[in-house]
Design a protein around this ligand. Sequence first.
Ligand code: HEM
Length: 153
Amino acid sequence: MRLSQTLKSTSRSTLVVGALIGTLALTGCAQHQQPTTLYERMGGQPTIDAVVENLLYRIADDEEVVSYFANSNIDLFAASLAIQLCDVSDGPCQYDGPPMDRAHQTMGITDAHFNRVVEYLDAAMVEEGVPLAARNDMLGRLAPMYEDVMRLQ
Ligand code: HEM
C-alpha cells in the first residue's frame, strides 16, 4: 500500500472513530435528560395528586385516623399536602402553609397513628405506580418531619 493510500485509509478510520465517539457522546447527553429530581421520578404533579387522593381514601377507611380530621377542611388539607410533597421532592412548588408543629399541635397524635399514616402514604405510592427508589427517597425526606409533627402533641 502506498503512503498516500495509507494516509487516506487512516483518516477515513479517524472519521469513523470520530463519528462513533460523537454518537456515544450524544447517547450520553440523552441519558442526562432522564428524570433527575424526585418530583420527576415520582411522575410529576399528576402522580402526586393521585397519591394524595389515594391516601385520603385510606385515611377515610380508618376510623381511628380519620377522627383526627373531624374538624378539618379535607379539600384544603389535600391541596396543602400536594404542594408540600411537590416542594419536598424538588418540584416547582413552594409550601407556604403553617410549619408542621403548629399544623398538628395538640391533636394527640400517637406514634402508632403516625406510623400508620406513613404506611398509608407508602401504600398509596405503590398503588399509583411510584417506583421503589422514589418511594424510599420520599419517605426518607418526610421522616425528619416526625420531630416537628410530634413536638406539640
Ligand atoms: C410526615 C408526616 C406528615 C406530614 C408531612 C403531614 C403534612 C400535613 C400538611 C401539609 C397539612 C396541611 C397544613 C395546612 O396547610 O394547614 C397537614 C394537616 C393535617 N394533618 Fe398532617 N402530616 C403528617 C402526619 C400526620 C399524622 C400522623 C396525622 C394524624 C394521625 C396528621 C393529621 C393532620 C390533620 C388532622 C391535619 C389538618 C389540620 C387542620 O385541619 O388544619 N398528619 N398535615
